[in-house]
Ligand binder design. Sequence first.
Ligand code: NI
Length: 170
Amino acid sequence: MAVLEIIKLGHPTLAKKAAPIQHIDEEIVEIAQNMIETMHAAPGLGLSAPQVDVSRRLITVDLSIGEKKEDLIVLINPELVHQEGRVVREEGCLSVPEVYEKIGRPQKIIIKGLDLAGKEKKIEAIDLLARVFCHEIDHLNGRLFIDGLSSLKRNLIKKRFKKKAESSKR
Ligand code: NI
């Protein structure tokens, strides 16, 4: 297993719609394992494949950040099948470090997808877990949490990241 590089705001893969996974082969299993390692090392509560520059529909979530095995969830081709309520809370993203903004998300969701064995999973989630799932699914659709902000705020953040990327190239 390996810790992968997490790409940052401004990278084109983050703005792309990720492709569905047709076959769960060795490569997909390896990407998932590396994503878990990367998510735990970051540390983060969730990670999507596009964030490690793999434009496929695969997410990992672990609210315990490696503490509880039963909290670790890997979902392939995740789909939101139900949502209700709305909670506004501060949110961040490993691809947009040091930025935390209040974002509205459903309070309760039902999500379905496949696990690494190809078995169909249906998960009911509330509050923080629902938030993380919605955040990661957004990544698969090329959407970042800051895309819900006003364009003024969003452009300010984007400018800041552009400057950062340019100065790190020098
Ligand atoms: Ni994120």
